[in-house]
Design a protein around this ligand. Structure first.
Ligand SMILES: [Zn+2]
Length: 233
């Protein structure tokens, strides 16, 4: 798919997709005005979302091995260990979008080697509407926007979650696959042989990403690699 011919919109998701008034985001805003900002990873006072000491610690962590998927490969910036886990948790549940953006920027750098070609476009794993309302934003979309900017490719937001799935925590692989079957639908134009990156925050068994990737391939993608901040080994 030639980039000039692509109907895909470029850049970040429109801000209208991020509802205001979300509790965690407001709490964050309130905390920023009355208390000093704290590092999302170590909780020490820090103006950047992740302090320089934690960024150094993050950069010293090993990059996980590439995982084979049905429709491509899965790459992650980190194993799901501390302080990655703490920073992701605050980014996901604590309204700290800056922590997600910092983790995404480091992940993009770590995966910038020759083993991962630049895709035609980037797709974030969508949240169901109920969970996005609860959280105020989709953490995968926040991460995808940063990675897309680093690679200078568009984000496509026409992968839809058509069914809210139960939380994937603590389920075995077969149960996870059943849980996500039929959860996604492609609502955009045909993908015409595109090479896509499917972005999520954490890769666990890969059942969710696998189900979403299958939908993208059905829509015409030729190859879908999964890119996550962290992978549970
Ligand atoms: Zn720190």
């Amino acid at each position: 798919m030639g980039r000039s011919a692509t109907p895909l919109s470029r850049g970040r998701l429109p801000s209208s997709r991020i509802p205001v008034g979300m509790l965690a985001a407001l709490t964050r805003l309130l905390l920023d005005t009355v208390a000093p900002r704290r590092c999302a990873a170590c909780d020490e006072v820090s103006n950047p979302s992740i302090c320089s000491r934690c960024v150094a610690a993050l950069n010293a962590l090993p990059i996980p091995a590439v995982r084979r998927m049905r429709n491509g490969s899965a790459f992650a910036g980190f194993e799901f260990v501390e302080p990655v886990r703490a920073a992701l948790h605050r980014g996901k549940y604590g309204g700290d979008r800056g922590a997600l953006q910092e983790l995404a920027a480091i992940t993009a750098e770590r995966l910038s080697g020759p083993r991962l070609f630049t895709p035609d476009a980037i797709v974030a794993i969508p949240l169901g509407p109920r969970r996005r309302r609860q959280r105020g934003y989709n953490q995968a979309a926040v991460i995808a926007a940063v990675i897309a900017e680093a690679r200078d490719v568009p984000v496509v937001d026409t992968l839809a979650r058509i069914r809210d799935t139960r939380p994937q925590t603590a389920r075995d692989e077969a149960t996870r696959r059943d849980n996500v079957a039929g959860a996604f639908a492609w609502t955009g134009s045909p993908l015409g042989g595109s090479y896509l990156w499917l972005v999520d925050d954490v890769l666990t068994t890969g059942a969710t990403a696998g189900a979403a990737a299958a939908v993208l391939v059905q829509a015409g993608a030729s190859l879908v690699d999964v890119v996550a901040v962290a992978a549970v080994s």
